[in-house]
Design a binder for this molecule. Sequence first.
Ligand code: AR6
Length: 215
Amino acid sequence: MNIIQYIIMIVSVNISVLGNIQVFSVTPQIKLVIQQGDITRCSVDAIVNAANEQLLGGGGVCGAIFNAAGWDELQKACHRVPRVYPGINNVRCPVGEARITKSFNLLDRGVRWIIHAVGPDCRVIKDENKQNERLMKAYQSALRCAVEHEDIHSLAFPFISSAIYAFPPQRAARIALETTIAFLKNHQSNLKEVHFVLFSQDDYDLFYNKVEEVL
Ligand code: AR6
């Protein structure tokens, strides 16, 4: 292999690892980053988990985050979050709310916090207005949690509720972007960067096409 072929190989490997990425300005101080990839590889102060009400390790992005953080330690930290209705059930974070834990092994990748946000499960909540309102609240709660921690300057979201919880993606993407952009424009905070990390090319294209309509 000659030097040119070697350089081409290195550049294309890096592009495929990083995936697509686009940066937009929400305000002169705050950037919105739309990127394709694995959220556990994102070097930000806090990542958001698409969690369940019990804060149990699960599948999808939740499973990836638990695996990367260290399943047992993160599960123990989630179990230390108080139950909302003690003695009745194990709900620790109702739909539309968020809770924060440490990040354990993700600290090695620069991530200090995990914000667990629960979106609506559309297999259970069938009313569209309720689905929309609860998804909006999940994003707002996660953002509020980030703002309350002054050491969080950068935050990454996955596409909450869009897979196992079956939220229609077009509507979910609009809510994710509108809610986040409105929040960032209307709240003073230490946040400088908010990322949406989309796992698939289709979801990346969806966000990329929607963001300019919303900004
Ligand atoms: N990085 C970024 N995004 C990812 C990753 C990853 N490593 N893996 C999957 N996604 P889902 P939900 C995307 O199903 O619909 C869990 O069991 C995926 O492609 O993870 O909110 C929880 O414990 C999709 O676009 O979350 C809950 O019980 C997005 O993440 C329930 O699933 C969200 O998909 C939550 O379901």
